[in-house]
Design a protein around this ligand. Structure first.
Ligand code: MOS
Length: 735
């Protein structure tokens, strides 16, 4: 189905099921420990052996020799796969570095072998007997050093490397109020609860993998390409996922090593990446250096916006598009962005929750706070003054909907922003210096096609099948709500099956596009099923009403179960958008408000309360959406205060590669959170009139924390994370 816009009234607008705060339909399975995650699928195939992955001990160079003799002779060992005996391997389109290294090593902890044994303990013990001699080479491991030699990339997603509108340089030079500052964000890790894990089983030349993956169709294509086999022979099954955040968007070593291990051992093999391997073996959010220049008139009108960003990656990898939001968030006649790329020999960087905007907003939204101070203006008022209802680069192109000002105003009022003292260091609570900060939230809303299959059977049960995934976000539930609304049945009459490449190809879970697009695909399939039912009953499909388990037309009503007949009815369709994303800018908006306390003596920072206001189209399930936003706010606090993969710039690896060294917020770090959704429906986003929220929630949070720390102490920290050592020497003298 091609989406005809703007969407008019449709069955979703009844809001009998959609739009209600509904608990997760798969929740009981998860809370009772009976939802099977990839590594726990002991029953799907018999005779499973265990694979243990060995990661490279060097960051750059090559393997000189490998001695497998002792490991092969160890108890229980069935096979050892290395680049020497793996056969010819290609590389997935979305993988920059090969997943199996050797003899050349692309990065530290790149997989170089998988040891397969009868038990996990035997596989692990034998791994320690593998002797590898490396020839180490000097590598490029330091973004700051690589910045001067950076190149102009050709980004595949997220826009061009350079943009320019008007005359930035002269407008900036002529601006009476100028800000020119450089900010840095560190490498970050997804650190999801469930490690990457897969069970692989071969049946002749057919391969089935039970795994934990956000994008089933990408995984199938990239695995088939890597192994040089037809993709029809690859099946991926991933119904439950213990978190992804972008780390499971792509084919990773667990899938490939399980497949190779199973082929070598001639048995099904399961592989979970060891936690200490994950931080360097899988992808991460790349560090950035960002220079922002803002030029404004004395009344606060921004005349010039310049944003340059440097990030690193393995050659062939993508840059972080930290400049994305600076092209769209604020008005300003003269603007430029530049994205630069430094080739590094660190592990591969890639998407992590709100790739681009998450890092970009960390910098831009401190810069706007700094500009407000120079102007002597309230930061909320400055943002309102520079709102735009059109794409600032292309004024003929409107936002499909933009309630940014409403978010700012609602947030300011609900948070008590008027109580804030503009002068830093004015508020004290015992030993704590108290400050308030705020920032905008902004993240694009992506339109991607998505398909589903819907079946009505003779018991009146509606079954939805799509390769969409649920990474802890609530996909199962919003898809069930959509089908229930469309077919006029209660939620309990809907069964949802996800995450199987045998099902129609969906948008998958990524880029906060899953909620709107996957449900729109289910909507399309349901429209088709309604037509099939109406036709079978001899009803005019435009007049048929689906409600209360009945389909009615004129004075005739038939129970759905009866309409299905003995064989049931099935329909398959998907949603497509044509060039809608070109004619209308699709984005989501919000505002974050944060209060912090900073210990006057130790500079310990504690978040005291947080509020987010979001405008993101129709909220399909306010309970699930709220969970997404408060989770994202929590992750934003991590980015502000804790998260950093520390780079060893001599050896070339992330030093803190476990959950003891890589710190993320815990409950005690987040005392009080609140969030508000503005009442909004966007008829240009899809028949669902919804958008994404899962990534909007993280964008801007870290800057709001940073601005609150500044307001508390008068110390401006421009290098994330804001740890107390960066404050301590500069703390104000207080009595
Ligand atoms: Mo998201 S970083 O596209 O899973």
């Amino acid at each position: 189905m091609k989406f005809e816009h703007p969407a008019t009234f449709n069955p979703i607008d009844q809001l009998k099921v959609v739009g209600h705060p509904t608990s997760r339909i798969e929740g009981p399975l998860k809370t009772t420990g009976t939802a099977p995650y990839a590594y726990e699928r002991h029953d799907v195939v018999a005779n499973q052996a265990y694979g243990h992955v060995i990661g490279s001990a060097i960051g750059k160079g090559r393997i000189a020799s490998m001695d497998l003799r002792a490991a092969k002779a160890a108890p229980g060992v069935l096979a050892i796969v290395t680049a020497d005996n793996a056969g010819k391997l290609d590389k997935g389109e979305r993988n920059a570095a090969p997943l199996l290294g050797g003899p050349e090593i692309a990065h530290y902890h790149q997989a170089v072998a998988v040891v397969v044994a009868e038990t996990f303990e035997q596989a692990r013990a034998a791994s320690q007997l593998v002797r590898i001699d490396y020839e180490k080479e000097d590598g490029k491991f330091d973004l700051a050093a690589g910045r001067d030699k950076s190149s102009v990339p050709d980004p595949k997603i997220g826009g061009p490397a350079d943009t320019a509108i008007g005359s930035f340089a002269s407008a900036f030079a002529a601006s009476p109020v100028q800000l020119d500052a450089t900010y840095t964000t560190p490498d970050e890790s997804h650190a999801m609860m469930e490690p990457h894990a897969s069970i692989a089983a071969w049946d002749g030349d057919k391969l089935t993998i039970w795994t934990s993956n956000q994008m089933i169709a990408w995984g199938v294509t990239d695995l088939a390409k890597t192994l040089g086999m037809p993709k029809e022979n690859v099946r991926l099954i991933s119904p439950y996922i213990g978190g992804g955040f972008g780390g499971k968007l792509f084919l990773r070593a667990d899938i490939l090593m399980a497949a190779l291990g199973a082929r070598a051992a001639k048995r099904p093999v399961k592989v979970a990446l060891q936690r200490p391997l994950m931080f360097n073996n899988t992808t991460h959010r790349p560090a950035t250096i960002q220079r922002i220049r803002l030029g404004a008139n004395r009344d606060g009108t921004i005349a010039a916006i310049g944003h340059e960003s440097w990030s690193g990656n393995v050659e062939g990898g993508e840059p972080d598009m930290a400049v994305s939001q600076s092209r769209l968030l604020y008005a300003g006649a003269n603007r430029m962005t530049a994205t630069r790329f430094a080739g590094l020999d660190l592990p591969e960087g890639n998407a992590m929750r709100a790739p681009g905007e998450a890092s970009g907003m960390m910098a831009l939204e401190i810069a706007v706070d700094e500009l407000a101070e120079k102007l002597g203006m309230d930061p909320v008022a400055l943002r309102i003054k520079n709102d735009t209802q059109v794409d600032p680069e292309h004024p003929e192109r409107p936002f499909s909907q933009r309630q940014f000002i409403e978010c700012l105003q609602t947030g300011a009022e609900r948070f008590g922003w008027s109580q804030r003292k503009p002068q830093p260091g004015q508020v004290r609570d015992g030993r704590w210096l108290i400050g308030m900060g705020m920032a905008a939230a902004f993240r694009n809303n992506l339109l991607t096609k998505s398909a589903a299959r819907v079946r009505l059977d003779r018991d009146g049960i509606v079954t939805v099948e799509t390769d969409m995934t649920d990474i802890g976000t609530g996909s199962y539930t919003i898809i069930a709500q959509t089908a229930a609304e469309m077919m006029g049945v209660p939620l309990e009459k809907v069964a949802v099956h996800l995450g199987d490449s045998d099902f129609p190809v969906s948008c998958g879970s990524g880029g906060q596009f899953g909620g709107n697009n996957s449900t729109a695909g289910v909507y399309a399939a349901c429209v088709k099923l309604r037509e099939a039912i109406a036709q079978k009953l001899g009803f005019n499909s435009d007049e048929a009403v689906f409600a209360d388990g009945l389909v009615s037309s004129g004075n005739r009503s038939v129970p759905l179960a009866q309409a299905a007949g003995n064989d049931g009815l099935m329909a398959e369709d998907g949603i497509e958008y044509g060039d809608l994303a070109k004619t209308h800018q699709q984005s989501t908006f919000g505002a974050h408000f944060v209060e912090v306390g900073v210990d006057a003596d130790t500079a310990e920072i504690r978040v005291r309360r947080m509020l987010a206001v979001c405008a993101a189209g129709r909220i399909l399930n306010p309970k699930a959406a709220r969970s997404q936003v408060i989770g994202a706010m929590t992750m934003g606090v991590g980015a502000a205060l804790m998260e950093e993969l520390v780079v060893d710039t001599r050896q070339g690896f992330f030093v803190n590669h476990d959950l003891a060294g890589y710190e993320v917020p815990v409950h005690a770090d987040i005392p009080h959170q609140d969030m508000i959704f503005l009442d909004e429906t966007d008829p240009m986003s899809s028949p669902m009139k919804a958008k994404g929220v899962a990534e909007l929630g993280i964008c801007g949070v870290a800057a709001a924390v940073a601005n609150a720390v500044y307001n508390a102490t008068g110390v401006r920290v421009r290098e994330y994370p804001i740890t107390l050592d960066k404050l301590l020497a500069r703390m104000p003298e207080v009595g």
